[in-house]
Design a protein around this ligand. Structure first.
Ligand SMILES: *[C@@H]1O[C@H](CO)[C@@H](O)[C@H](O)[C@H]1NC(C)=O
Ligand SMILES: *[C@@H]1O[C@H](CO)[C@@H](O)[C@H](O)[C@H]1NC(C)=O
Ligand SMILES: *[C@@H]1O[C@H](CO)[C@@H](O)[C@H](O)[C@H]1NC(C)=O
Ligand SMILES: *[C@@H]1O[C@H](CO)[C@@H](O)[C@H](O)[C@H]1NC(C)=O
Ligand SMILES: *[C@@H]1O[C@H](CO)[C@@H](O)[C@H](O)[C@H]1NC(C)=O
Ligand SMILES: *[C@@H]1O[C@H](CO)[C@@H](O)[C@H](O)[C@H]1NC(C)=O
Ligand SMILES: *[C@@H]1O[C@H](CO)[C@@H](O)[C@H](O)[C@H]1NC(C)=O
Ligand SMILES: *[C@@H]1O[C@H](CO)[C@@H](O)[C@H](O)[C@H]1NC(C)=O
Length: 683
């Protein structure tokens, strides 16, 4: 039929076209990824994996089964236990892949001799792989976990581990490996778990002596003694089934251990790497919050149509692809390139594989259209429900501490924006000039990495035009940072309360708009987001103003990190003293912010006379008195505010918000409606 031949040509053709367009076309899956996954599919014998194709296609956009992407790069394959057979083929050149789990299948053949150097976690265990472990393994220097257990691997373990400083977990058990342990195993300075049981390995164990092992299994091999004393201090050490008491003692590399060396010393003596404390004991596949920007451009079909017609059409196709991608996606590709220096490990895995806390349902529709209200820049829905599967469409980036250091001028004083309740905030600038706000969480705020990722995942779903957008995070070396869009006009607190002449001055209309923006943000959190969020820390210093003077409320979704009792003086509702904090308490704090807007007095100001320190106590009794009200208004407005009627409506909203009894305070949606009525009266 020549069909295979055609397919082969087609394949080469597609790869060439894709390489050709790779530089320009970033909206769809990286062409090298497509080429690699196509050949994997063919090598596996075309298994019934959803979406997978022998040529072309768009794995990231079309969400091929088991494929995780970040933007247009494939970053993980989760194909464990999928009844796959066939082989792995020779092209596993996924340029950005971090994790490959193809364990628990029936895949035969050998381990490919080209492996992607970006891999951090590789599991091929429980298959039928034969042949020896290839020397090509030597390029996988970023590996943290390697599992090749329960295969039919033979030959020696290759001597390739000199540079594997991050490897914490290696499992080669249940094969037919023979020979001695290679010397470079001694250089696995982070190795805490090593499983070599059920092989034919021989020689001595001295090479393991100085590793930070916590878990070592060498059962059922041919190891000969003596056992290095240090190994006996390993908490989990299994060694049965070895002929240790044979008399053949190959000359040990170092002097024979002295009796003192028998004294257990729990800490390994040579800690070569600062990262030697990795904890994960197994090949647990970690996967933080999903994300991805999608498009629905299909190149594959076009390619099928034209592929057979030879070189002329090849050129035409190349040009058309070029034009198409370059013209259509130019803005996105620019944005994409801005961030190429950041690694992002974000999972789009659907349905299985991820051991991380499951993502909660996002709000059905963040902003309902309120009658008579202009629908301002609707935020994208955080999730799309498609065939019962959940996909997240926001994009959250992962930053390294090093890159954030670079962007924030090493967290210098000049870049310091202020001290939030949860830790300091710094201004950052990307190389292209885009500004960021980088919040360092105080240590002890979040217990561990998983909790932090859960937090990031939750915050990333909060998407509203009046809420500061989370754009990324960093979790590295016990540092936890959140990266947000930068709001160039600072906080409402500064706009109202600093004496700086350069401060942003707010007109009366702008103050109403600020109230409205903030009210919408709280309405969204209370009434539209599922499950509802109580802000818990609403105050004018968490109300930011962007370059268009639009409100962006900050600290949303971080309420859970606040210890009870940390509410801000001046904003805390009366019920807070009894430890109760509800949506109605947010409403109270919102009322306090409106009072600040009305009077330009701080929520709490110790420099004022006693009776006037708390703006709420000072104002509460006067809000209904027209004369007193006109006295209370910020003098710097110089009378430039609208008729008394609007002013007293504004005051009425405040009164209702700061009522003592929480249950009498209005819902945020009512407040939004009331504010809208004031704006419509303004004409
Ligand atoms: C291996 O995969 C099968 C399904 O193919 C599954 O039932 C089994 O639990 C898996 N075993 C492990 C250890 O993951
Ligand atoms: C696994 O695949 C084989 C063919 O490769 C098929 O015969 C068998 O039914 C499959 N088993 C399951 C559980 O899908
Ligand atoms: C390795 O496995 C492949 C496929 O399962 C088989 O064809 C080949 O003969 C095996 N090689 C050896 C040396 O067992
Ligand atoms: C090592 O791999 C084998 C085979 O896959 C598996 O049975 C065993 O549980 C693994 N050991 C560890 C500690 O992961
Ligand atoms: C392991 O290799 C030996 C020869 O080196 C062979 O006799 C034996 O059958 C092999 N075992 C398995 C399980 O492949
Ligand atoms: C590897 O380990 C050996 C023995 O511990 C040591 O002499 C050598 O310097 C190490 N090499 C590297 C590159 O770390
Ligand atoms: C090792 O010594 C034990 C007794 O100490 C003995 O039972 C066993 O057979 C010996 N094993 C070998 C391989 O000599
Ligand atoms: C995608 O992969 C390319 C290399 O293939 C890399 O330069 C780029 O940074 C990656 N993008 C992301 C977002 O990881």
């Amino acid at each position: 039929m020549g069909c295979a031949n055609l397919a082969l040509h087609l394949h080469i053709l597609i790869m060439t076209v894709m390489v050709f367009t790779a530089t320009f076309c970033v909206g769809d899956t990286d062409p090298l990824d497509v080429a690699a996954i196509n050949s994997l599919y063919v090598a596996l014998g075309s298994p019934p994996l959803q979406g997978w194709k022998p040529s072309g296609g768009d794995p990231c956009v079309e969400q091929w089964q088991g494929v995780s992407c970040v933007f247009s790069n494939i970053t993980a394959l989760h194909l464990g236990g999928m009844n796959l057979s066939g082989e792995l083929g020779s092209n596993l050149d996924f340029p950005s892949i971090i994790e490959m789990d193809i364990s628990n299948n029936s895949i035969g053949g050998t381990i490919p001799s080209t492996l992607p150097s970006t891999l951090k976690r590789l599991s091929l265990s429980d298959n039928k792989l034969n042949g020896s472990i290839p020397d090509a393994l030597s390029i996988l220097t970023q590996l943290t976990e390697l599992s090749l257990g329960s295969n039919h691997l033979t030959g020696q373990i290759p001597d390739v581990f000199l540079q594997f400083t991050s490897l914490t977990n290696m499992n080669l058990s249940g094969n037919n490996l023979s020979g001695q342990l290679p010397p470079s195993i001694a250089n696995l300075s982070s190795l805490t778990a090593l499983h070599l049981q059920n092989n034919q390995l021989g020689g001595t164990l001295f090479v393991l002596e100085d590793l930070p092992l916590q878990n070592l299994n060498i059962e059922h091999n041919l190891f000969s003694g003596p056992i290095p004393p240090k190994l006996l201090t390993i908490p989990e050490f299994r060694k049965d089934g070895n002929p240790f008491n044979t008399t053949v003692i190959p000359s040990p590399p170092a002097a024979a251990p002295s009796p003192e060396a028998m004294v257990p010393s729990p800490s390994p003596s040579n800690e070569k790497s600062p990262h030697s404390v990795a904890k994960s004991p197994s090949m647990s596949m970690k996967a933080p919050a999903p994300s991805i920007t999608r498009s629905s451009f299909e190149v594959k079909n076009i390619i099928w149509w034209i592929a057979g017609f030879g070189i002329f059409i090849f050129i035409a196709l190349g040009i058309s692809l070029f034009m198409c991608c370059y013209c259509k996606r130019r803005p996105r590709s620019k944005n994409y390139e801005e961030h190429t220096d950041m690694g992002v490990y974000i999972d789009v895995e659907k349905g299985h594989g991820s051991k991380l806390p499951p993502l909660q349902q996002a709000p059905p529709h963040p902003l309902p259209i309120i009658p008579g209200e202009k629908f301002i820049s609707p935020p994208k829905s955080a999730n799309e429900i498609e065939g019962g599967k959940q996909i997240m469409t926001s994009s959250i980036r992962v930053y390294s501490v090093a890159s954030l250091q670079q962007y924030t001028n090493s967290f210098s004083q000049e870049n310091y924006i202020g001290e939030g309740t949860l830790g300091p905030v710094y201004k950052g600038e990307l190389p292209d000039g885009k500004l960021l706000a980088v919040r360092k969480l105080n240590t002890s705020m979040v217990q561990n990495h998983e909790q932090f990722l859960q937090l990031v995942s939750n915050i990333s779903k909060i998407q509203h035009a009046n809420i500061v957008k989370l754009i990324g995070y960093c979790s590295e070396h016990s540092q936890q940072l959140l990266v947000y869009d930068y709001c160039s006009n600072g906080t409402l607190h500064d706009a109202l309360h600093t004496d700086d002449r350069a401060r942003v001055k707010l007109s009366w209309n702008e103050r109403i708009q600020v109230s409205l923006g903030a009210a919408r943000a709280l309405q969204y959190l209370h009434e539209n987001f599922q499950p509802p969020i109580v802000h818990r820390n609403f105050r004018s210093s968490n109300v930011l103003l962007n370059d268009k003077m639009e409100v962006c409320v900050s600290d949303c979704g971080l309420g859970s990190l606040l210890s009870s009792g940390s509410a801000d003086q001046g904003y805390d509702a009366p019920e807070f003293e009894s430890g109760s904090y509800t949506q109605q308490s947010d409403v109270f704090s919102f009322g306090v912010m409106m009072l600040e807007l009305l009077t330009r007095r701080k929520a709490f100001d110790s420099s004022r006379p006693r009776g006037e320190q708390h703006v709420v106590r000072w104002a509460a009794t006067q809000l209904h008195d027209i004369d007193a009200l006109s006295e209370m208004v910020d003098p710097s407005l110089n009378g430039a505010y609208p008729p008394m009627k609007s002013l007293s409506r504004f005051a009425d909203i405040i009164s209702s918000c700061i009522q003592h009894e929480p249950e009498f305070r209005p819902a945020m949606s009512e407040i939004v409606q009331d504010l809208l009525r004031i704006t419509s009266n303004l004409g």
